[in-house]
Design a protein around this ligand. Structure first.
Ligand code: FES
Length: 107
């Protein structure tokens, strides 16, 4: 798993939700109260980008049909209306080293 530097910690203040390319994977990087999480960048429903959605606590809301996911583990919190099941988001390990935010992605 390659480790990819996404940037300096101060580039991503609390409340950040940003889509960033890390090697061959595009991730959604979020900062919740100083802790970083990375998930896949697109909603598992119809692939809407999640960075435009609303971040509320640990939950990111897709602004297309209002699915919501927990950024800590990708779990589905809210389903789009009329749906009974939705795939969770993939998540990627994030660490901070020397004031840099580093994500581990598959390749
Ligand atoms: S594309 Fe995200 S809820 Fe439909």
């Amino acid at each position: 798993m390659p480790s990819v530097i996404l940037g300096r910690v101060d580039e991503f203040p609390p409340g950040t939700k940003k889509s960033i390319r890390a090697s061959k994977t595009r991730v959604l990087l979020v900062n919740v109260n100083g802790t970083f999480y990375a998930t896949q960048s697109l909603c598992t429903h119809l692939s809407n980008p999640l960075f435009t959605g609303k971040l509320q606590g640990y939950h990111i809301w897709c602004d297309k049909h209002w699915a919501a996911f927990d950024v800590r583990d990708g779990k589905v919190i809210e389903l789009p209306e009329g749906m009974e099941k939705l795939e969770p988001l993939k998540t990627y390990p994030v660490k901070v080293e020397d004031s840099k935010v580093i994500v581990e992605v598959p390749e």
